[in-house]
Design a protein. Structure first.
Lengths: 131, 131
DNA sequence: CCGTATCCTGGGGGATACTG
DNA sequence: CAGTATCCCCCAGGATACGG
């Protein structure tokens, strides 16, 4: 891009300049990027989970990041938050339809990750010399 | 984790402590995490691409990050680097088998990203109130 | 039990310039 | 054309503590 050369007439496509053609991969990255979004989503795949349960299951995440990520994911329409208030406060998070549509991608990623773990742990195939 | 309490006998599982049970999703994130790995991989899906071609196609990536990411991906066995040296230097990068196995996941992500773009751009369905 | 405010640090990633 | 070295900034994410 940069400045288009001046050729005497307009060579730009106005619409394309304003609403730039966006890469879906980049878009996905905006929503699920970062250190915890994917692990979080993954742990919600099987159904609604409570805040503290997530805190325990998603090893290493801090209270704060959990709260922040859940909020963002909710804002992006991937999660739904629901209170089941009794005496003590209970909050559950569950995937929305939009969130569930991400699961196929997560499953593929999971499978791939498994492969890597087993290969790097067992015998490295190396992949060197294959087409 | 942390220090296990001393209960007089060994309550730890040695093997589990050394080769901790690792989450495949986390493993995948180590390899393809960051701002540019996924876009890069995506642009290599169709075949070998030259350094400068990638520099142009992956909008916004800097010369340096491109070099760094390619190196890391090569180190992780996802890419293969090959020189086609003539007068001027030419270097091509292509997915290895390991790299190609990631494509199904990328395609799913791409499809999902497309959905989001069209929904957020056109009429937001919102997803609020659906089961 | 759940959420947020504040503070602080590390390293991811950009700019620039140099080499082969 | 391809790759590296250096410097530097910024903010994602951790620690801690308070509030409903």
């Amino acid at each position: 891009m940069g400045e288009p050369e001046n050729v005497g007439y307009d060579i730009t496509l106005p619409a394309a300049n304003i609403y730039e053609v966006r890469c879906p991969i980049l878009r996905a990255l905006e929503v699920i990027g970062g250190k915890w979004k994917l692990p979080l989503l993954w742990h919600l795949a099987d159904g609604a989970v409570r805040f503290n349960a997530l805190h325990r299951e998603v090893r290493g995440i801090t209270h704060m990041m959990l709260s922040k990520c859940l909020k963002e994911l909710e804002g992006d329409g991937l999660l739904r938050r629901s209170e089941c208030g009794g005496k003590v406060r209970h909050v559950e998070y569950a995937l929305t339809e939009r969130g569930r549509r991400l699961l196929p991608a997560l499953r593929e990623l999971y499978r791939w990750g498994e492969e890597q773990l087993s290969q790097d742990g067992g015998g490295r195939t190396g992949d060197a010399g294959q087409s």
